[in-house]
Design a protein around this ligand. Structure first.
Ligand SMILES: [Zn+2]
Length: 325
């Protein structure tokens, strides 16, 4: 039942790995191609960021830079960072005060996709640096946005009393995910399967939701009736909150449930073959206590309105909802 905040982990891992890889090759690239060459390329990339012909420009510049044996590492780091950056962008929709940071991240992702396989390490590294910085800015902006929402509004009475406040209140990040376990991902159903077997459902009896994919680009799949109901629930949620319902995990195949059971134990994970996720009738929201935790507007809304579309909150896990037609 329990599941990780995949987005956060993937972003963190991708950026740490990407940053380290970029740093490593960068040092080698400097020694090989020379600082002047690298800086020239960097300046050219910066100047060309908004250029529609970026891909061709990058390719042309790359041809003139030595170090093709290093290109693989830099390009791999960049490729590894793109899904996490995209996930950060997706997860931040409607959740930042300043739209410009998301626009910059969107642009950085587009540039990253445009980097050709022949790009020199310095070029890939510059693009990766921009991508990393843009994603970090969005993450910071989203945390600010969430923190602002979780700060209680002072009542008139409290204001009238004008009680002295501590000079330096200690901020508590109530929005941080409560999940600290290993990463598990939602499953895509196989083409062949058994519609009566938990965790072995064929894709033909299932459908993904329309508004989101996970950090690997996989859809969130449910049995078709559950998907149809969830689409209606999400439309109402969107109208109420101005952003789509966040899904963290949906369908879970048998093998994943086995792995989860082995990793997390019976107190947290359902015995393989019994999870509602294996029937394609359950979803988890991210374990963000300030947004979907107890007594949040989002959870209160889901508890009150989910049953209208046959979706019911789990009494023990605040992030888990079941479809019960
Ligand atoms: Zn669950």
């Amino acid at each position: 039942m329990r599941r990780p905040l995949v987005v956060v982990l993937v972003v963190a891992v991708a950026f740490v790995a990407g940053g380290a890889a970029a740093w490593g090759w960068e040092a080698r690239a400097v020694s090989q191609a020379g600082t002047a060459s690298r800086d020239r390329v960097a300046r050219a990339v910066v100047a060309d960021r908004q250029d529609d012909g970026l891909a061709m420009g990058l390719a042309a510049r790359s041809a003139g830079v030595a170090g093709s044996d290093l290109a693989g590492g830099a390009l791999d780091a960049l490729s590894a960072a793109i899904p996490g950056a995209q996930a950060t962008l997706d997860a931040s929709a409607g959740r930042v005060a300043d739209a410009a940071v998301r626009q910059e991240l969107s642009a950085a992702i587009a540039v990253a996709h445009a980097v050709p396989a022949s790009a020199a390490p310095a070029v890939a590294g510059e693009v990766l640096a921009r991508l990393t910085a843009a994603a970090a800015a969005v993450t910071a902006a989203q945390q600010e946005w969430q923190a602002a929402r979780s700060t209680p509004t002072p009542t008139a009475h409290a204001s009238a009393r004008a009680a002295p406040r501590p000079a330096t209140p200690t901020p508590v990040d109530t929005c941080r995910t409560t999940y600290n376990g290993p990463a598990f991902y939602t499953s895509v159903p196989a083409a062949e399967g058994d519609p009566t077997a938990n965790g072995r459902l064929p894709a033909s009896v299932m459908a993904p939701v329309s508004w989101a994919t996970d950090s690997r680009g996989d859809g969130y799949w449910f049995v078709k009736a559950a998907t149809a109901s969830l689409e209606e629930l999400d439309a109402a949620f969107l109208a109420a909150f101005g952003h789509h319902l966040d899904i963290d995990l949906a369908y879970r195949d048998y093998a994943t449930q086995v792995a989860m059971y082995q990793a997390l134990g019976s107190s947290v994970a359902a015995y393989p073959g019994t999870s509602h996720h294996g029937w394609g009738t359950a979803f988890d929201v991210p374990e963000w206590p300030c947004q979907y935790g107890l007594h949040t507007p989002e959870r209160d809304w889901l508890v009150a309105n989910g049953p209208t579309w046959h979706w019911f909150p789990d009494p023990y896990e605040y992030w888990h909802y079941d479809y019960k037609p």
